[in-house]
Ligand binder design. Structure first.
Ligand SMILES: [Zn+2]
Length: 443
């Protein structure tokens, strides 16, 4: 006898849809078949899609940055995520310099994350590291964080990691089995404006596309040379995606993984000139309409979609006059899949599921509907048209408000348990668990 059956849906497996029933036992997928088997509880997904739970590789809940803390904690953030079909997310520990600091930062984050309603993992974050790359990598892996995030910029706030260090990490990444996760902007180009009085309307000019492009190409060259494991977060511009496709297409998916976020596909820099333009401030900035179009054209050059969810209150965003006095980041964890599905259709599914699971050492536990995998499932209505009107984040605004989207998450299950059922939250605080990732090997 199975615990639960999700019946009559179109089940997404190996890139196709099959009219099958999914049977769950002990939180795992126990059978996927067109046969009708006995189960204690039956949920009808008649005519709807049954997808693997989505994985958001990039969120910032309770992020402490300067005098601010992002408003969604692990509870509200994970609830909002679950409404968007996200059953696993990867957050970050606070930036550390040393092995000793990493241990502390990890414990602190683990405590904060306990309230999550879905599963989660962490990236280790380093800033101006003082311990050797190999020691940092060993410790991160031991703590179950085989992905190490760093910044190539922010030297003005002492958070930059320099090329010699990054190069060494990339050299070690394949043999030691970890991923180098990089926020890539050229510090030399940016720093003349950083900390200066940049009004929101000049945000994109102060952190220009060329700063991203030049840094990404340099890192890609290092990753190719060392056959490393390089993951570039939040690619903001179409030109960067295009250049990667044309120059480094041969290592894409092998030694280089690219991530972008829904806002770079939906919004352009013209919003920064609006009276409420501050509400749209994030780093890297939104780009020109031309670049948004190019990014859409080169969607194939993007392997995963993360939200970089980092929400603040309207008042916090509107208070300062210049970009350095305004907390950077927007929400969006709840709408990411529908936003991308509206633009690209079912081709987005793998970028939210299998691709992310493989890149970050979660496959086949997550990201796929197969016997033995966790029963993390999304029931999705591909035909519903709806308007973004309300959300479950603690923030009091949403940059996507009023947009008409296609396709909607109806029900979300985490480890065989309903978290959102027919649009209602039925989850449990603390249901989520920490996912250890001790080694990641792409090839
Ligand atoms: Zn981020």
């Amino acid at each position: 006898m199975f615990d639960l059956a999700i019946v009559r849906g179109f089940v997404y497996r190996s890139g196709d849809f099959f009219r099958e029933n999914v049977y769950i036992k002990g939180g795992k997928i126990a059978a996927v078949t067109s046969e009708v088997l006995e189960a204690r509880e039956v949920y009808s997904a008649d005519g709807l899609w049954v997808l693997p739970g989505f994985i958001d590789p990039h969120v910032h809940f309770s992020l402490r940055v300067g005098k601010w803390t992002s408003v969604d904690d692990f509870f509200s953030g994970s609830v909002s995520a679950a409404f968007g079909g996200i059953t696993t997310f990867i957050d970050f520990i606070d930036p550390v310099k040393s092995v000793a600091e990493m241990e502390e930062a990890f414990k602190r984050r683990l405590e904060e994350a306990k309230s999550s309603v879905v599963d989660y993992a962490f990236h280790a974050t380093i800033a101006s590291p003082t311990d050797a790359p190999g020691d940092i990598a060993s410790k991160a892996k031991e703590l179950g964080m085989a992905s190490i995030k760093l910044f190539t910029t922010y030297s003005s706030s002492n958070r930059r990691t320099y090329d010699d260090y990054i190069e060494e990490l990339l050299r070690l990444s394949s043999e030691m089995e970890f991923v180098v996760v990089v926020h890539a902007e050229n510090d030399e180009i940016i720093k003349k404006m950083e900390g200066k009085n940049v009004p929101p309307k000049d945000h994109s000019r102060a952190r220009p596309t060329i700063a991203e492009l030049s840094e990404v190409l340099k890192l890609a060259a290092m990753a190719k040379y060392h056959k490393g494991q390089l993951y570039i977060v939040h690619i903001s511009s179409g030109i960067t995606a295009k250049e990667i496709w044309e120059r480094y297409g041969d290592i894409l998916g092998l030694h280089l993984i690219t991530e972008s976020c829904p806002h770079y596909f939906w919004l352009d820099e013209s919003v920064y000139s609006r009276e409420d333009g501050k509400l749209f401030l994030m780093t890297p900035p939104l780009r020109s309409l031309d670049e948004v179009e190019t990014l859409r054209d080169y969607f194939d050059a993007i392997v995963t979609i993360g939200t970089d969810h980092c929400s603040f209150m309207r008042k916090e965003k509107m208070e300062g006059n210049f970009t350095h006095g305004i907390p950077q980041g927007i929400g969006g964890v709840e709408f990411s899949f529908s936003l991308m599905y509206t633009l690209f259709g079912p081709g987005v599914i793998d970028k939210f599921t299998k691709n992310v699971a493989k890149v970050y050492g979660l496959y086949p536990k997550k990201g796929v509907i197969e016997v033995g995998s966790d029963a993390d499932l999304v029931v999705f209505d591909p035909d519903e048209r709806w308007f973004v009107q309300s959300h479950h984040s603690r923030s009091d605004y949403d940059v996507y408000e009023g947009l008409e989207l296609h396709g909607r998450v109806i029900t979300t299950l985490s480890k065989g348990r309903f978290v959102v059922k027919n649009g209602e939250f039925v989850g449990e605080k603390g249901w989520g668990s920490f996912l250890e990732r001790e080694a990641i090997r792409w090839l």
